[in-house]
Write a protein that binds this ligand. Structure first.
Ligand code: ZN
Length: 262
């Protein structure tokens, strides 16, 4: 087994026996690892009180290849994030971030970028205003995650032909001009490509132009403070992600059954 010292964030904790824990972690440079923390619940353990969800950790461990169970040797807390578990919305949003990272992290790979956006999400959720910004923070996180996975949807031009994809006014819709959108086709579409996609059997819906612009801004780092916009952008990013990952994460079930354009 190789010994590593890595920054890490806990993705999952599972009790093991009476006093031990199995933790699944996202490390900065070695991707996800699974470690046995022997005696973690004993006060005298080398890592008592260090294995809390959301905290920034530095761990020394011996790894096994693949998904094998390594063993934790030493752990210190670099930064505690004590406020997240104290409020339900921040807590749920943080769990959503952990779950998504768990789904996409690649064993043995340098996941510094994924680590960074997860750490930023958790850091922001731990702030006093984190609770009220949860949708905006998740929207930004998911937009960046989509981009890193090479999945970010077309939000301005047409996903199919690369041309302009103008929005048009839908009658009786208060949310302004809409544009055709299809997760299967890669995002926003022009009218001609939307028609072709429908004829090819793909699901095509419409989304407000303002929400798509909001998703684009979230990718640029903006945290939407407008609650309605933040929730809408988060929902688009989440559904698009679920569609392309081919799974429905537990923390995304609020969006199902989906009425999303697909
Ligand atoms: Zn087109």
């Amino acid at each position: 087994m190789n010994r590593h010292t890595e920054r890490a964030l806990i993705l999952q904790r599972v009790p093991y026996g009476e006093t031990s824990l199995v933790v699944r972690l996202l490390t900065q440079h070695e991707g996800p690892v699974r470690l046995l923390a022997r005696g973690a619940h004993r006060a005298k353990s080398a890592f008592a009180w260090t294995l809390d969800l959301f905290d920034e950790l530095q761990l020394t461990y011996r790894a096994r290849s693949g998904d094998g169970l390594g063993s934790l040797e030493k752990g210190t807390v670099l930064r505690r994030r004590p406020n997240i578990p104290k409020n339900l919305r921040a807590y749920r949003s943080a769990l959503c971030g952990l779950e998504l990272c768990d789904l996409v992290a690649r064993p043995g790979e340098n996941e510094a970028r994924l680590y960074k956006i997860l750490s930023e999400l958790l850091g922001a959720l731990d702030q006093p205003e984190g609770e009220s910004l949860e949708n905006g923070l998740l929207a930004r996180f998911e937009a960046q995650l989509l981009e890193d996975l090479g999945l970010f949807p077309a939000t301005e031009g047409c996903a199919e032909c690369g041309g302009k994809a103008p929005a048009y006014l839908k009658p009786r819709d208060e949310r302004g001009p809409h544009a055709p959108f299809s997760a299967a086709a890669g995002g926003r579409l022009c009218e001609a490509c939307a028609l072709a996609a429908k004829q090819a059997g793909r699901k095509v819906g419409t989304l407000p132009h303002s929400d798509l612009a909001g998703l684009h801004q979230a990718l640029g780092g903006e945290v939407h403070r407008d609650q309605e916009l933040a929730a809408a952008v988060h929902a688009i990013a989440a559904r698009f992600l679920d569609y392309h990952l081919g799974v429905l994460p537990r923390t995304h079930r609020q969006f199902a059954p989906s009425t999303a354009p697909r």
